[in-house]
Ligand binder design. Structure first.
Ligand SMILES: [Zn+2]
Length: 139
C-alpha cells in the first residue's frame, strides 16, 4: 500500500520542514524587534506551541499547510502516490491538533494559528499576530 522508501519519505519531510523555517524565523525576528518576548517550542504545554507569550497567556502555532491540512490551500494538496499513507497521517495530525487546542483553551490559553502560506505576506501576518497579542478579546 505504501511504497515510499524511508529515505524518500525523510527527504519529503525535510523539504516541508525547510520551507517552514525561513518565514517563521522572519516573523519571530520582527516580533522581537517590536519588543515582544516569547519562548519557543514549549515542551511543557500540549502540542509544544511554537511561540508562547506566557505573561499574556497567548500562544501561536505556525502550521505547515500540508501537514495540518489547510483547507482550500494549494499547498495542502495530496501527492499523487501513497495517498492512503498521507491521508492517514494527516487525519491523525488533525485529530491531535483538535485535542491540543481543546486542552490549551481549557487551561486558559488563547491560541492563534498562523498558516505557512500566510507567511508569504509577512506584513499581513504580522498585523494579524499583533492584533491577536494586543486585543484582549482576540480568541
Ligand atoms: Zn495554506
Amino acid at each position: 500500500m505504501d511504497n515510499v522508501t524511508p529515505k524518500k519519505r525523510r527527504e519529503i519531510m525535510q523539504s516541508v520542514k525547510a520551507l517552514n523555517t525561513g518565514p517563521e524565523l522572519l516573523l519571530r525576528r520582527e516580533l522581537h524587534r517590536l519588543g515582544y518576548r516569547y519562548r519557543l517550542h514549549v515542551k511543557t504545554l500540549p502540542g509544544s506551541p511554537d511561540i508562547a507569550f506566557s505573561a499574556r497567556r497567548k500562544l501561536i502555532f505556525v502550521h505547515g499547510c500540508f501537514w495540518h491540512s489547510h483547507r482550500g490551500c494549494s499547498r495542502a494538496r495530496l501527492p499523487k502516490t501513497n495517498i492512503d499513507f498521507w491521508k492517514a497521517k494527516r487525519a491523525s495530525n488533525r485529530k491531535r491538533d483538535a485535542r491540543v487546542l481543546r486542552d490549551l483553551v481549557a487551561m486558559g490559553w488563547k491560541v492563534l494559528i498562523v498558516w505557512q502560506c500566510e507567511l508569504r505576506d509577512l506584513a499581513t501576518s504580522l498585523h494579524k499576530v499583533r492584533h491577536f497579542l494586543e486585543c484582549p478579546n482576540a480568541r
